[in-house]
Design a protein around this ligand. Sequence first.
Ligand SMILES: Nc1nc2c(c(=O)[nH]1)N[C@@H](CN(C=O)c1ccc(C(=O)N[C@@H](CCC(=O)O)C(=O)O)cc1)CN2
Ligand SMILES: [Mg+2]
Length: 299
Amino acid sequence: MTAKVIDGKAFAATVREKVAGHVARLKEEHGITPGLAVVLVGEDPASQVYVRSKGKQTVEVGMNSFEHKLEADTSEADLLALIDQLNNDPSVHGILVQLPLPGHLNEDLVINSIDPAKDVDGFHISNVGLLGTGQKSMVPCTPLGCLMMLRDHHGSLSGMNAVVVGRSNIVGKPMAQLLLGDSCTVTIAHSRTKDLPGVVRGADIVVAAVGRPEMVPGDWIKPGAMVIDVGINRLPPEEEGGKGRLVGDCHYDSCAEVAGAITPVPGGVGPMTIACLLANTVTACCRANGLAEPEGLTA
Ligand SMILES: Nc1nc2c(c(=O)[nH]1)N[C@@H](CN(C=O)c1ccc(C(=O)N[C@@H](CCC(=O)O)C(=O)O)cc1)CN2
Ligand SMILES: [Mg+2]
């Protein structure tokens, strides 16, 4: 079997088109322009790229983008003061603090200072609790993007065996909650899981989010399974001046031989993350204004 490649880049473009349609309607019918504030602390090169991309795509779908770039040695008090200001700014419907933060800042404290209604990353403890209890929440962007691709490929996921490899707060745990919400039988596997190959072999859906390059080989995959690869790992450059190849947490070629469908890296989950951020911002704006939420853009 050769897997169908799930094109996250193309799918993300369709999500952005839907978002742009909703933004246009909000402007025309209600005179409201959704606004997203992105806060970057420090100069991490990858974070700079992601933040630039978020700002650009926000403007492209017709929303207002507010970028706040702070020095790497910014104090916690100054960062919290900025978040407080954004929480109280009615033109800001979504707030995102780019992660990781420099080591002297307490990530939990910072995230939990964001107004949960504006927490478009869905990382605030209130949103985590709402998602875990099946209530309306802001849903973390990467898992939301994965869920959208799975539903688009397969339709109903009800009754399927899903294995999420990785237990992070930003991907693994919310992904498991979303799959449970779609009536999958969910296992969260991790570095201490006994017989990880055997556990993964039982899965109709594999979501790999461990951050270990090409860790999942094709012979762990059940024939026909859907493989969603969240990993973005850059291999050491082979030649001088080279950037190093980007690979996922799955060994793509061997997994693609066995799977029914697979997301590539790059061009799979990554682009969906930013598209879902834009979707969450429109959703937050509609909720803040007591308007009907856009359909198909939330879990
Ligand atoms: N506050 C947040 N911080 C971080 C998040 C997040 O969702 N919220 N996720 C990641 C980084 N991230 C967005 O912030 C992100 C990562 C990767 C991509 C992406 O499109 N990747 C491309 C490849 C890019 C490359 O060439 O390096 C792909 O997969 O095709 C988008 C967004 C951590 N921090
Ligand atoms: Mg820290």
